[in-house]
Design a binder for this molecule. Structure first.
Ligand SMILES: Nc1ncnc2c1ncn2[C@@H]1O[C@H](COP(=O)(O)OP(=O)(O)O)[C@@H](O)[C@H]1O
Ligand SMILES: [Mg+2]
Length: 335
């Protein structure tokens, strides 16, 4: 007999019963489902209070059969690896995230036989007060997200990223050969490797979230200065500017991004200095800031390289991102 999801979760957690709730959404291209549940009865951690959880259930076998026609092996293998990375992040790294860069708590994680899937059971952030989702951000919300990023980056400065992506972000050049091939010949294509090399050569590296768009942050009405983040499939080593540029791309128009650029970078770096000051980190913060500020345009150009190959008409390829990308190409002598 095939185990149901509640059987699996019961066994993983030691709960007496698992009441499955509403699916939140299905995962990308039939890779599974993310859904709420309540665990009842004594569990491995000792607690016997009912616990609200979110289950991320990845079923690769299902995806395999759906796969024909919508994506090649590179895309499938990247996806499978991304779930493995997410499980590793929760198991080996998430415990280091304090409330200044809140993430869901890991209750249990389980890899199904033959890499056929994963079941990750997390605390429900909604039950912890982070029950608001947003599409647009006001200044306070944007500040809260930048502050989350600064604290996350400070927490993992110098991390080896063992078990995660050697270079984080879902658009990293090495993982996007098809999009690079699709990019028309020209200065951006010629500079793609050099832009990536500059980012990777930065002295100061940390873990980047890798998909830090507004939709992956959870907000709280009780505590508007703090957010929590989910979706750690593309976490890996990198320069923090990659997350900052991508967050800005996810919620501001070209005009807003241009007029607020300096203010937003100032907010981020002030939060980063504060985050480093309260942690036992020996680092030349001024040097870090100098290096990363200079890489902000490179982080944008790197993301635009992906967009221009993947979806050349994307709204994020706008006057602001064009101008930054051109400035990088000019700097590299490739314009
Ligand atoms: N632990 C959690 N608590 C509350 N909501 C969550 C939790 N994990 C995920 N979610 C919600 O489910 C959505 C999808 O989860 P996510 O991990 O981002 O999956 P996907 O990879 O499909 O984007 C998130 O944007 C968030 O709103
Ligand atoms: Mg998501």
């Amino acid at each position: 007999m095939v185990d149901t999801l509640s059987d699996i979760v019961r066994r993983m957690t030691g709960a007496q019963s698992v009441q499955l709730g509403k699916p939140i959404q299905s995962l990308w291209s039939g890779y599974g489902v993310i859904q709420r549940a309540v665990l009842q009865g004594p569990r491995d951690g000792g607690s016997d209070e009912p616990t609200a959880v979110v289950i991320k259930h990845i079923d690769v076998s299902q995806a395999r059969s759906n796969r024909r026609g919508w994506g090649g092996d590179a895309s499938h293998l990247r996806k499978v690896r991304s779930y493995e990375v997410e499980q590793t992040f929760y198991e080996r790294y998430s415990g280091q995230c304090d409330p200044s860069c809140q993430v869901p708590g890991l209750i249990a994680a389980h890899e199904k036989a033959n890499e056929s899937g994963w079941v990750i059971v997390l605390t429900d952030l909604d039950a912890q007060g982070f029950d608001r989702r947003k599409n647009d951000l006001d200044q306070r919300g944007l500040r809260a997200c930048l502050t989350w990023l600064a604290n996350f980056h400070a927490t993992f400065l110098g991390s080896s990223a063992s078990g995660l992506w050697p270079m984080g972000t879902y658009w990293h050049l090495d993982t996007r050969p098809d999009e690079l091939a699709a990019l028309p010949s020209g200065p951006l294509k010629r500079s793609a490797a050099e832009i990536d090399r500059r980012l990777n050569a930065a002295t100061f590296q940390t873990l980047v979230h890798g998909d830090a768009k507004v939709a992956n942050f959870c907000f709280s009405d009780r505590d508007r200065d703090r957010v929590a983040a989910v979706d750690f499939q593309y976490v890996g080593r990198g320069c923090g500017m990659k997350d900052v540029a991508y967050l800005i791309s996810s919620c501001l128009t070209a005009d807003e991004a241009a007029s607020q650029e300096e203010a937003l970078l100032n907010i981020y770096f002030e939060a980063l200095r504060d985050a480093i000051a309260v942690r036992p980190i020996e680092i030349d913060v001024a040097e870090l800031e100098r290096e990363w500020r200079a890489l902000y345009p490179f982080a944008w150009a790197d993301f635009c390289r992906f967009l221009a190959g993947w979806s050349p008409d994307h709204w994020k390829l706008n006057a602001y991102s064009d101008r930054i990308t051109q400035s990088v190409l000019k700097h590299l002598g490739h314009s």
